[in-house]
Design a protein around this ligand. Structure first.
Ligand code: IPM
Ligand code: MN
Length: 368
């Protein structure tokens, strides 16, 4: 299959990990006779430096013409004092909105031999397998731009959702639950927020279409607690943009490291943008020690969701699991024993496992 992939490395370790994903995709393409072509474009801080804007038109156009997009990460201290329209994050928010990617899927599944790297007790975290379905193009992050008021003494952000925006993301949540363990937790703050009350109403309506799915409503604060006390309770969580942003970072540590978590940002067709949940980690950028696995696993999600290459996606996921099982890990993973390796070495190990016959489709996939 021929596929056109746009690479948006962005900032910090984004530059390094995107190279890892490309290396892995190339190995896979060779094994399975696919032809992937790549075009690299600037976004975020790198784009501000080069083009004076976090989302250049050329980048946006290339993404619209691609079969799928891989993104590294954006942001860094260099641009922290910039006015809001010149923040790297604006580039990321802008491309998600421009491409209509309203659903962000963040699967959280522990690799068995990383359980002891989790800050939670092994018996609490073992067996956790959840998917956060985060609304991605509405809510607070896309509110009416506010100016500082009262001589800079006050500021306003708005949280608005249309019924149709809620309906489409809630549907994604139900669809995901339907093919998993059929348990959907809708997270809101309906005891306070009007938008959450509307959210609940929509969930109540939609559940009639999915009689096999058990639905519960949970307040976001209670959810934050339950994720830590009993993560196994959850199957699919569906929630609005900011709650999903916060809860997914929280949930990520269940697996031992934020450096392990991939994500898919999708819409109703099969197009998508795939990026790790972690950020640009400017403190370790350029040192060659970043964990490339979240980015590599994001490429696997791209194969599954956008290219319908389920087998190839599983081969990557199995290769990652194999590398970890052999005791290899990058420095972010707090593991006693094993061998700490560089970004490049970790990538090579994944490539080797893809190429070797020992690769089996040994991990069950929760990423569907
Ligand atoms: C994420 C990031 C972004 C977000 C930022 C960089 C705008 O934190 O993908 O979770 O909040 O969506
Ligand atoms: Mn985030």
């Amino acid at each position: 299959m021929n596929k056109k992939i746009v690479l948006l490395p962005g900032d910090g370790i984004g530059q390094e990990v995107i190279e890892s994903a490309k290396t892995v995709l190339e190995a896979l393409a060779e094994e399975y006779n696919h032809t992937f072509s790549y075009e690299s474009h600037a976004i975020g801080g790198a784009a501000i430096d080069e083009y004076g804007t976090p989302l250049p038109d050329t980048t946006e156009k290339a993404c619209h013409e691609a079969d799928a997009v891989l993104l590294g990460a954006v942001g860094g201290p260099k641009w922290d004092q910039n006015p809001s329209h010149l923040r790297p994050e604006k580039g990321l928010l802008g491309i998600r909105k421009s491409l209509g990617l309203f659903a962000n899927l963040r699967p959280i599944q522990g690799f068995n031999n990383l359980l002891h790297a989790s800050p939670l007790k092994e018996e609490v975290v073992k067996g956790s397998d959840l998917l956060i379905v985060r609304e991605l193009t509405g809510g607070l992050y896309f509110g009416t731009p506010s100016e500082r008021r009262n001589n800079g003494q006050s500021a306003v952000d708005t949280l608005a959702y249309d019924r149709s925006e809620i309906e489409r993301i809630v549907e994604k949540g139900f669809q995901a639950a339907q093919i998993r363990r059929k348990h959907l937790t809708s997270v809101d703050k309906a005891n306070v927020l009007e938008s959450s009350k509307l959210w609940r109403e929509v969930v109540e309506e939609k559940k009639k279409d999915y009689p096999e799915v058990t639905v519960d409503h949970m307040l976001v604060d209670a959810t934050a607690m339950k994720l830590i006390t009993n993560p196994k309770y959850f199957d699919v969580i569906v929630t609005e943009n900011m709650f999903g942003d916060i809860l997914s970072d929280e949930a990520s540590v269940l697996t031992g490291s934020l450096g392990m978590l991939p994500s898919a940002s999708v819409r109703k067709d099969s197009f998508g943008l795939y990026e790790p949940v972690h950020g640009s980690a400017p403190d370790i950028a350029g040192e060659g020690i970043a964990n490339p696995l979240a980015m590599i696993l994001s490429a696997a999600l791209m194969l599954r969701h956008s290219f319908h290459m389920e087998n190839e996606a599983r081969v990557i996921e199995a290769a990652v699991a194999d590398a970890l099982e052999q005791g290899y890990h990058t420095a972010d993973l707090n593991i006693a024993g094993g061998q700490t390796v560089s970004t490049e070495k970790m990538t090579q190990l994944v490539v080797d496992f893809i190429k070797s016959d020992s690769t089996t489709n040994s991990i069950m996939s929760c990423y569907a």
